[in-house]
Design a protein around this ligand. Structure first.
Ligand code: ATP
Length: 404
């Protein structure tokens, strides 16, 4: 009896122990699983912490100063010109490859020690420079309506010096260095500048003054320099500075850094104009609709010393412009351009172009292939009410006021 009960007890103990071991093994597996989960979470948090630390450092790190490397000394130090002006002798971080340190490259300097911490990419690409380049524009004088007098002046001042420079040498005079086109927006200034580039087979480089000083803060002066470099590379070429007033307003006290920036850009432009050969194969044109606020320094002889005025088109000119913009249109017999001319008092060339396009759109919307007089009339109603043109009056840079 006792023997059998003790063997029962023994079996019970064994099964109990086996079960206990199993439960322990399960527990170990669970704990191991948990450990892996925790380790995974730890790794994730660690990565997040590292990225937050990096972001924190980025936010906390002071801005770098941009500069241009002028020379590398024998002992490995470099001479740089910071964009704020002064020249410094500085060291370079050991992470920068020595061969990348070439005179002329742009570099970033640590603000406190001024050592070079980065070599910045160069921006020779005209798109990055914010310039527009047309190898040879595709518009000619025959696409310009009603500006006969302006075309004659442009031919004399821009075309002739490019095509027959020896003529000026023989007569013994210098052609005007810079030609300023002025008049209300949409009166054909850019159009005529492109047309003269076409007629002289010159590259057309256009830059917009306001973009030079707003979009590329701190870079305006460099952009002006590079624009002229590019113009010389692409010669014969025509440099066209649109919205000249944005860089060339009369100088007040350059009190804010923005004013100083505009001033630096203007000084660079004046320097470039003064330094270039008026008989060379780069011509400078500029446009503005605010000639009255221009810095007189720009209008001095030897700079923008020829001014060409672009008035709002009168009747005859409007007719010529209508003819140009309708010459490829399928017009119905009803179309009376003279009547349209009478309806478009104070419209610019750009408005007339918009009217023609709109008239075509009305015909398309109506399911017609021919454009009728009523389409034009509707288009005039659509385009002209939005007109609020303040005509730029003719102005003389040679008045005593400008030079007084
Ligand atoms: P902004 O001062 O705004 O630059 P702008 O005087 O340079 O103006 P353009 O860009 O030359 O004006 O004109 C815009 C468009 O209007 C031209 O591309 C052209 O289609 C049309 N246009 C303006 N004037 C004339 C014109 N005299 N003859 C034919 N088309 C014209």
């Amino acid at each position: 009896m006792t023997g059998s009960s003790s063997s029962k007890d023994q079996k019970f103990d064994e099964s109990y122990i086996a079960e206990y071991i199993q439960s322990l093994e399960r527990r170990v597996r669970d704990l191991e699983h948990e450990k892996r989960l925790v380790e995974g979470r730890y790794l994730k948090l660690d990565r997040e912490l590292a990225s937050l630390r990096a972001e924190f450092d980025r936010v906390r790190s002071p801005p770098l100063i941009a500069g241009t490397l002028l020379d590398v000394l024998d002992d490995g130090r470099a001479i740089v010109r910071s964009t704020t002006g002064p020249h410094f002798v500085v060291t370079a971080s050991r992470f920068i490859k020595r061969e990348d340190l070439k005179p002329g490259v742009r570099v970033a300097l640590n603000q406190r020690t001024l050592s070079i911490v980065e070599v910045l990419p160069t921006k020779k690409d005209p798109l990055v420079l914010g310039m527009e380049i047309e190898e040879i524009p595709d518009v000619s004088y025959s696409d310009v309506g009603g500006l006969e007098e302006q075309i004659r002046e442009i031919r004399e001042t821009v075309e002739l010096p490019l095509l027959k420079p020896d003529l000026f040498a023989k007569v013994g005079i210098d052609p005007p260095r810079g030609v300023l086109l002025y008049g209300a927006s949409g009166t054909g200034k850019t159009l005529l500048a492109r047309a003269v580039a076409h007629e002289t087979k010159a590259s057309f480089i256009r830059v917009i003054g306001s973009e030079l000083v707003q979009k590329y803060i701190g870079e305006g002066a460099r952009m002006v320099r590079e624009m002229f470099e590019l113009a010389r590379e692409k010669a014969p070429s025509i440099v066209f500075i649109d919205e000249l007033d944005a860089i060339g307003t009369r100088r007040m006290d350059a009190s804010t850094s923005g004013d100083r920036e505009v001033h630096r850009t203007l000084m660079q432009l004046l320097g470039e104009i003064d330094g270039f050969d008026p008989r060379g194969d780069v011509r400078i044109l500029a446009a503005t609709n605010r000639p009255d606020i221009l810095d007189p320094a720009l209008l001095r002889p030897g700079r923008f010393d020829r001014l060409i005025y672009f008035p709002l088109p009168k009747q005859k000119a409007r007719l010529a412009i209508f003819k140009i913009h309708t010459r490829n249109m399928n017009l119905a017999k009803s179309v009376d351009l003279k009547a349209l001319v009478r309806m478009t008092e104070r419209a610019t060339g750009a408005d007339i172009k918009a009217i023609c396009t709109e008239a075509g759109m009305f015909a398309i919307r109506d399911g017609r292939e021919q454009v009728e007089q009523r389409d034009f009339e509707q288009a005039v109603g659509k385009v002209l009410p939005s007109l609020r043109i303040s005509e730029v009056p003719e102005f003389s840079a040679r008045s005593d006021k400008m030079y007084g």
